[in-house]
Design a protein around this ligand. Structure first.
Ligand SMILES: Nc1ncnc2c1ncn2[C@@H]1O[C@H](COP(=O)(O)OP(=O)(O)OP(=O)(O)O)[C@@H](O)[C@H]1O
Ligand SMILES: [Mg+2]
Length: 264
């Protein structure tokens, strides 16, 4: 059986989160280059690539929530469209780096029933079998509520990472983000925060303080909670810094990297 790894490129890394609809092109390019190098060095290795929303998804959804208190139909179609634009750029950069990747929009394989997300991962499986890198992303999906009215919810890239890891019995998930890993508290607000290199899943809540963020999908805290839901014995989850030279390549290649390893 082929070993599959899941890599999520945080929107915090591939976009400039403070600047609407702006891709951090040099960083995205560099990360694609590292993925390409790993795939060339390890012929037959399989990855599923996920990316987050960054400055394409979060701000739009936040605006909708503050104006209407929910994601309206108009918000749904606009957010879907802007996520597609980000995804097109991600794909463009992957192809430019010689990676045979194809996009699978999350909203076309997932829906929700009363906020419970259901995905059909057959298309992802077919891509992997064909040797193609499937790319999914944090997105908006239709929620068929039991009340009969269509609603719309966000499915984060972290949630997808968890669901895909579970479906494919993946034993390594790499979450690339804009900080160097999981710290004792938010390193952007607490200068004394220390990077935690290794963490047992059971220790997370005791050792780490997650700060509230304005992000619609909740930042590092939600990321970790999401992954703990999937944690099964023998699995490791890496949260790594995306701005460090060769860091993703090293993590993928089981070499030394900067980040946190969560042992399940
Ligand atoms: N204990 C902590 N350790 C590390 N980061 C933390 C912690 N608590 C809060 N954070 C914040 O979480 C942020 C990362 O989450 P964020 O959702 O912004 O990134 P992402 O998931 O990579 O991006 P996206 O959601 O767009 O895909 C960091 O920039 C940091 O400020
Ligand atoms: Mg996030």
């Amino acid at each position: 059986m082929t070993l599959i790894k899941v890599v999520k490129l945080g929107g915090s890394v591939i976009t400039c989160k403070d600047s609407p609809f702006t891709v951090n092109v040099p960083v995205l390019y560099d990360l694609a280059h590292q993925i390409s190098k790993y795939l060339r060095d390890n012929l037959g290795a399989s990855l599923v690539l996920i990316h987050g929303g960054g400055s394409y998804g979060h701000a739009l959804v936040r605006e909708c929530l503050s104006m209407y208190g929910r994601i309206t139909r108009e918000c749904f179609v606009r957010t879907a469209h802007y996520m597609m634009m980000l995804n097109n750029i991600v794909l463009e950069v992957m192809l430019a780096n010689g990676i045979e990747a194809v996009s699978i929009p999350t909203r076309s394989i997932c829906y929700a029933v009363d906020s419970t997300v259901i995905c059909n991962v057959d298309q992802i499986r077919r891509c992997i079998s064909a040797g193609i890198l499937p790319v999914v992303f944090g997105d908006v999906v239709i929620d068929i509520s039991s009340a009969g009215e269509a609603k719309y919810i966000v499915v984060s890239g972290d949630k997808l990472a968890q669901m895909i890891a579970r479906e494919f019995h993946v034993n390594e998930v790499i979450l690339v983000t804009d900080v160097d890993g999981i710290f004792t508290s938010d390193p952007k607000r607490d200068k004394s925060a220390k990077l935690i290199k290794e963490l047992k899943a059971a220790e997370v809540r005791g050792r780490v303080k997650f700060m509230e963020v304005t992000d619609v999908t909740g930042g590092m805290g939600s990321k970790v909670v999401e992954m703990l839901e999937y944690c099964t014995e023998g699995t490791r989850i890496l949260v790594i810094g995306g701005f460090i030279k060769d860091n993703l390549y090293n993590a993928l290649s089981m070499k030394e990297f900067i980040g946190t390893t969560i042992w399940c």
